[in-house]
Structure formats: C-alpha cells, structure tokens
Design a protein around this ligand. Structure first.
Ligand code: UDP
Length: 454
C-alpha cells in the first residue's frame, strides 16, 4: 500500500516572507509520522514544494515528488505564493493532477489515503473529488484544536477587542485562560485572514476521514472527552518524538560542537533556551534575555537562530564578552538530543507544540515564554493543568527572567515541578507499552489505514 503524505513545506511565515524561516514545527511531525508508518510496512510518497523542501538524502526510503514548481508559481514572490496557495487555494489543481497520475500508476500497490497537515485544508476537496480518504495531522494539542474551533464565539463575545485593563481576567468559556493568552494568539477578529485560515482548517478537519494528534491521552484526558462533539472523525493520539526524533528533518545545520562542554556540566545544571523556528524578537528583548540569563547565575545553552532578532543578522547587539564561561550560544541544535542530556535541568521555550512535547518526552521542566499562535495556550496548559512549567507572565524582563529561572533551577518549587514532570513522563512511557493508550492508538491507526479500499 502507498500512503501519500504532504508535508507543510510551502508557506514561509507571511510576516517574515523572504527570510526563509524553516517552519520546522510542521515539517518535523509530518516526517516523524511518515517514518513511523514506514516502519509499520507502508510505502510513503511525499509530495512537496521547492520552498523549504526536505533534505531528500536523509530519507532514501521515501519517494519524493516535487509539485508546484511550474511557471505560474515560480514567478511569484514568497509572500504572494503563500497567500495565493494557502489563502486562495490555487494549489488544488496541481495537487489533483499529480494524485491522478499516482492513482493511475498504483495498480500493484494501491494508494490507501492522503495524509496532510491540517493547514492544507483545501486538500480535503481534492481528496473528495478523487474518492480518496484524507487523514489530517494536527501539529498542535487537542486543547488548541478546541480553542481554535471557538474563535468565532470568542470574537462574538468581544474578547479580541478588550483593552489592557482586562489582561489578567479569566476567559469565561475557557476558565484556564487569561484574556492576555487569547490576545497573544494574534487574532483581531474572526474576519482576519489568519482567523479565516483557521476557520477553514477547522471545517476541513471535521470533514476528514480521521485526525492524528501529536500528543497522548494521559496528557489531555479532559480534552479528549470534549473533542468528539465537534470532530466526529476517528481520532488517534500518538507522541511522535517517542518513536522518531526530528533530527533528520532539520532544514538548518545542527551545531554539535557544544557537546563536550555539556558533557562536563553537572546533572540538571544547565538551562536549555530555544524559541523555535519562526518566532522573532526585537533587539531590546534579546538584551533582556541575555541579561536575565547572566543574572540567574545558571549555566545555559542558548539557540539563537539567524533571523531570530528583527533587523539583526545574529548576535551583534550583545555586549562584548557575552556569554562568558557559563554559557554557550549556537545557531541551531539537535534539540531532542539536548533535552535528553542529563546536564539539562530546564527548557526555556516559546512553547511551540513540538518543543513542548519533546520536553515532556525527555522529562524536562519548562519555563514558558509564548509569543504567538497556539503558544500561549500550550504554555498555560503546561503551567496550570499539567503543572510541569512556569510561565514568564510579562514578556522579556531581566529581573523576572532571572527569578523564574532560579525558581525552577534552584528553589524547592523547581523540585516539585520536576517531580510532576517525572510522573508525567512515566505515564507517557507506560502508554507506549503493549496495551498502553499510545500503543493502542498507533495500532488502531494502522488497522484503520489498512481498511481503506480505494
Ligand atoms: N528545533 C531544532 N533545533 C533547534 C530548535 C528547534 O531541531 O535548535 C526543532 C525542535 O526540536 C522542534 C521544532 O524545531 O521539533 C520547532 O517546533 P515547535 O513546534 O516547537 O516550534 P515552531 O518552530 O513551530 O515555532
């Protein structure tokens, strides 16, 4: 059987169009799942675009077919491309043509289904027109899925228009959240292009044949009970990083030169700091982060992606002598390997969902600095529901940064957080065993895909 997966390799974050942000948060889980399905005996063909194309040589076991590199698209700027392809769905015809060819040529090994990132919502109508089941990969949490489905309601209740005096208030419909969490999502009204994209994504996820979340039951038990009302398709919760790390799908070169230094650090003594593949900060925020790290007097390993600082190439705005002996700064790291290192005591993260889950998979307590999109929801969930992290509540301010780092790394509170994280990781590990929830979910996904008769 063949599975056709389509990683979300096309769009570069519209706001930073042209800078080539690698959007790892979508590419990684798609390829982790592809590896997992391949290991279970499925053949994989990946349709991808030339923007952010995966490193094909890392996946000799997959067939890669490049789509959408014809005249019509190659003449567009990245921003136009992203807007026309994602927001106006122009890519559907090209995708359909390619799929038709594959369906016609796949007599010996029939195509089972199409698996796509939820953001590629228009692929549902393509799949429907070819009578091909479409499975959706949701690269974020169940909780985010539920909140995203309620954006029109939140807008109708006026939440997106509230001013700064309401930031600390609770959101009635989602008591876990504060108003500032919702405002940080970056939506001003349900009519925003971004909110409309989310609306289409939600609609076509509901219409899909099945939904796969990069998560696990024990992490989001309550949410699992709430999802069925809205999303009737069969659901699968599989923690991808427990099966395959995201290393091979990294589009940036990973620095490994710091490992000898890390090996020499005492257990649980280093803060690993990384804010993902697309977020950006201002120069003054970079300085606050640097000072906060120094003030905390803890050892640190900090990933500063080129392009992370708006208007700077890399570290030129940091004071001479930084980071000093106590820290290391790199451009990109093999993140999961770092998190698994015994010297790491905490992960200061932007709370992207992949980073969050990788931290749970490796049992590392979190310090959460959400910046946009689903990140504030993930951060609030980790700090207030799972209680395995602490949120930086006021953006980047050196005093708060150093005090939160010390709370997690040095204080009694940190020990309690680490203990809760140890228990959560243990639940996750048990879920992978025979009869465990993640294992059963994976088995039922394989059974489900095998049942498709195309
Ligand atoms: N990542 C990495 N090296 C780094 C920083 C990040 O490999 O130095 C990976 C990380 O392991 C994760 C992905 O990039 O799989 C980031 O995804 P996430 O959802 O956390 O954030 P996004 O990039 O989508 O904001």
């Amino acid at each position: 059987k063949l599975i056709y997966t389509l990683p979300f390799c096309t769009i570069q974050q519209a706001a930073s169009a042209g800078t080539g942000e690698p959007l790892q948060g979508h590419i990684n889980p798609m390829l982790q799942l592809a590896n997992l399905l391949y290991s279970k005996g499925f053949n994989i063909t990946i349709l991808h675009t030339n923007f952010n194309a995966p490193k094909i040589s890392n996946f000799p076991h997959f067939t890669f077919i490049s789509i959408l590199d014809n005249e019509r698209f190659s003449n567009l700027s990245i921003l136009d491309f992203a807007q026309s392809f994602i927001f106006k769905q122009d890519g559907g015809d090209d995708l359909r043509d390619q799929l038709e060819l594959l369906l016609a040529s796949g007599k010996d090994e029939p195509v089972s289904c199409l698996i796509t990132d939820a953001l590629w919502h228009f692929t549902q109508s393509v799949a429907d027109s070819l009578n091909l089941p479409r499975l959706v990969v949701r690269t974020t949490s169940l909780y985010t899925t539920i909140v995203y489905a309620s954006i029109p309601l939140l807008d109708d209740r006026g939440y997106f228009k509230l001013d700064d005096t309401h930031l600390e208030e609770q959101v009635g419909e989602f008591p876990l959240l504060k108003v500032k969490d919702i405002l940080k999502m970056g939506i001003k009204s349900k009519k925003d292009p971004y909110a409309e994209l989310i609306g289409d994504m939600v609609k076509q996820t509901k219409a899909s044949s099945g939904i796969i979340w990069n998560s696990f039951k024990e992490l989001e038990e309550t949410e699992l009970e709430r999802v069925p009302h809205d999303f009737p398709a069969p659901r699968f919760l599989i923690p991808f990083p427990k099966y395959f790390t995201a290393s091979s799908s990294s589009l940036l070169d990973q620095d490994r030169t710091f490992f000898p230094w890390l090996d020499q650090q005492p257990p649980k003594s280093v803060v690993y700091v990384s804010f993902g593949s697309i977020s950006q900060v201002e120069e003054k925020e970079l300085l606050e982060i640097a000072h906060g790290l120094v003030y905390s007097k803890q050892a640190f390993l900090w990933v500063v992606r080129p392009g992370f600082v708006n208007g700077s190439t890399w570290l030129e705005s940091l004071p001479n002598g930084f980071p000093g002996e106590r820290g290391r700064v790199v451009k990109w790291a093999p993140q999961q390997e770092v998190l698994a290192h015994e010297a790491i005591g905490a992960f200061w993260t932007h709370s992207g969902w992949n980073s969050t889950l990788e931290s749970v998979c490796e049992g590392v307590a979190m310090i959460c600095s959400p910046l946009l999109g689903d990140q504030p929801l993930n951060a609030r969930y980790m700090s207030d529901v799972s209680r395995v992290g602490v949120c930086l509540e006021n953006g980047f301010q050196r005093e708060e940064i150093s005090s939160v780092i010390r709370r997690v790394m040095v204080d009694e509170e940190g020990k309690e957080i680490r203990e809760r994280m140890r228990v959560l990781k243990q639940k996750l590990d048990v879920s992978l065993m025979k009869g465990g929830s993640s294992n059963e979910s994976m088995e039922s996904l394989i059974h489900f895909i095998s049942s498709f008769q195309v």
